[in-house]
Design a protein around this ligand. Sequence first.
Ligand SMILES: [Ca+2]
Ligand SMILES: [Ca+2]
Length: 353
Amino acid sequence: MKRSSTRAARSSKRPGFTLLELLVVIGLILFMMTVLVMTIGNAIGSAKENATRATLLKIDGLLQQRIDAFYTNLEQAAKRGEIAADAEGRTRIGKSFASYLSNNALIDLPSNLRPMLVRKYRFRLAFPQTGDSSGTLEADSPGLVLPGKAFAGNLPDKYESSEYLYYMLVQSDFFGVPPVDDGEFSSTEVGDLDNDGRPEFLDAWGNPLRFYRWSTRIIRPRGLSFAPDQTVTQLLVGGVPASPTASGDTSPLTLDPDDQLSAFGRMQLSRNNDPAQIAADFERAFHTLQSYHCPLVISAGRDGKLGLLEPYDRSGTYGYLGQPEANVPGTPAYVLMLDRVSDNITTRNVKTR
Ligand SMILES: [Ca+2]
Ligand SMILES: [Ca+2]
């Protein structure tokens, strides 16, 4: 009797699961669900990355076409003597830049270097990234008001450079290059998220792209007196040789493509002037001296965080040149900046990723 009751007790336990078995099963299910969710999440993430890459490649091609048109137009203007006249005549560029240089340093600028300033000034006007209409040299686009609401009273925002990019490619005739048909871009690539009547380009996560005309602070986040930051450069600007090929060679990152001999950068502009002040003035009007640059269109990537200051930022922080949020390697802020920047997709790393 005792024996059979033990057997019955045993057999009644058999069909059930022990607590341990249940926990193992629940654990397995949770693990599989996590893997599934991560896989789906990654697939969606990669699809968005690919879509953003496609948008950037398209924009890059159209932008390059307009940059080529700009330089062709410039060469023609130079042949007609307009560039030299512009430089010599101290018209727009002469007046504007000279007002930045104390003691009218432009007078001491050798005449062969003056056309370079005219080129940079015209490039600035042709490729605006902010819309300050105050008419000062800081204003990228004096007189240019985009279709849509007027600028008056509008504070610059993160949409602005992308709106200008859209205007350049889709809404304006650019040195003989006709505007692109707006059907070229899908409804997910273009939007007006800030409701100001001016469309902007978006990445696949719905964030505005950013446009930097000269990205010299990405190359030199600490300014002219420090060496270029190879880490940030490699992450965002592909296709630039990172270091000298032989000792004694100049790093390509320290060369202005408009001034391969660094004639302007090395020159003592005026005997009475402080070279550091002139470098600061040049950076305020154009970009960091003796630095590689290229136009850059950037998506903040999957995390939606740019890691760089905004293209409209001219508050002494060099956002308009792509200044990273932190610039001293080894600090926690720098590590955070690298993390934010590392998933960004740009027109210059899109092919290498
Ligand atoms: Ca808008
Ligand atoms: Ca990011």
